[in-house]
Design a protein around this ligand. Structure first.
Ligand code: ATP
Ligand code: MG
Length: 360
């Protein structure tokens, strides 16, 4: 992209603490962009509880239509269980967006930093989670619903693993590892789920053969929990199917700090969405208490993904400024109550803006 042209970003506030943390992330992005020489045009789009009132739907048709035309977007958490019927029974808004844009890769880094409450200091890993297959019914691109009850006393879930789905997520993991410490751990349970997890493991091994410079090992998912807690600092990139990746990435997030600092990116072939790993935290919503770090760092991840697409290193510079400022602020002890501090959402954000201006 030529210098001076602005990247267009969608901004979706969501529910609960969503508006507070997304507002913080946009403010930090704009400050870092003005210091780093990149330009962004942010447009707010309706989604969530507020959109039910204004547009009659938690995901009005105009929202995905507008997202198709932007470079990427920031999505706040949603609280779909609080929606009135019939909205509550529908596919949740972020699931629907993930499905619509086939955002098959959920990239969840877990990186410890000073002031971040890590259980295992020096942890710096990335969980690469397949986002469309496995046992998660509402994410399943093939079957619509992955669950059924033939009688009120029997519930059945089916999981789907495909060669195509596993191949693309494995390539994501290996390409990412090539930019890091060149190590991928394949997580599976092929000793029990011989066909599904077995196919996942086998396809990952085949893809691994195309990356001879990258060291590969494997762990059963149960063993992976043990090793993450004991030696989380020795992992680089882990690749897992949907359900295992979901559980392990929450675990890894805690090992590296807390939910409030755990970012994530949902990426497809041509679109990406920054979304904090945590939920809408209704218990603290609207009280200026939420930790905006996860949403801010998710936004930095989106910039790094955009750099890969547009080959514009100004985006890396802006992402670096954001990450440095967050870490410098936390290292000074300015953190929100979930990390044992007394800073408010807005107070923390103001400190991050000052750190960016000071060139942290
Ligand atoms: P969901 O189903 O939407 O993922 P959840 O039940 O997993 O929701 P969260 O909304 O993630 O729950 O919240 C879990 C706990 O962590 C709550 O006590 C919440 O207040 C806290 N929490 C989550 N995110 C943050 C944050 N950014 N800052 C501070 N506390 C948070
Ligand atoms: Mg949750």
């Amino acid at each position: 992209m030529s210098a001076g042209k602005a990247y267009r970003l969608g901004v979706l506030h969501g529910d609960g603490i969503g508006p507070e943390i997304v507002t913080a992330a946009v403010a930090v992005l704009e400050e870092a962009a003005s210091s780093g020489g990149a330009e962004f045009e942010c447009s707010e789009l309706p989604l969530g509880r507020a959109a039910i009132d204004t547009h009659g739907s938690a995901l009005p048709e105009e929202t995905p239509a507008a997202l198709a035309g932007v470079d990427g977007w920031l999505l706040g958490p949603h609280d779909s269980v609080s929606y009135p019927e019939p909205h509550r029974s529908r596919l949740n808004p972020s699931g629907a967006i993930r499905k619509h844009f086939d955002l098959f890769a959920n990239i969840r880094p877990a990186r410890a930093f000073p002031g971040g409450h890590a259980l295992v200091g020096n942890t710096d890993l990335v969980m690469v989670r397949e986002n469309t297959e496995g046992f998660y019914a509402d994410r399943n691109t093939f079957a619509g619903s992955g669950e059924m009850m033939p009688t009120p006393d029997i519930a059945i879930a089916h999981g789907i693993i495909t060669r195509a789905g596993t191949t693309r997520i494995a390539h994501e993991a290996f390409r990412l590892a090539a930019t890091r410490r060149k190590h991928v751990t394949i997580v599976h349970k092929a000793n029990v789920l011989r066909l599904t997890s077995g196919l996942f493991r086998d396809v990952c091994r085949e893809v691994a053969a195309e990356y001879p410079d990258i060291e590969v090992d494997e762990l059963h998912v149960d063993a992976a929990t043990v090793h993450l807690v004991r030696r989380g600092d020795q992992f680089d990139v882990l690749v897992a199917e949907n359900l295992f990746g979901d559980i392990l990435s929450d675990l890894a997030g805690e090992v590296a700090g807390s939910l409030g600092i755990a970012p994530s990116l949902n990426a497809g072939e041509s679109h990406a969405m920054a979304q904090a790993a945590h939920g809408s935290a209704p218990d603290i919503a609207g009280r200026d208490l939420a930790n905006p770090v996860a949403m801010i760092l998710s936004t930095a991840m989106l910039l790094r993904w955009l750099c890969g697409r547009h080959d514009d290193t100004r985006l890396l510079d802006v992402a670096d400024r954001i990450e440095r400022a967050v870490e410098a602020t936390a290292a000074r002890g300015v953190v929100t109550p979930d990390l044992g501090g007394t800073a408010s959402t807005s107070g923390f954000t103001t400190s991050v803006l000052e750190a960016i201006r000071a060139g942290a």
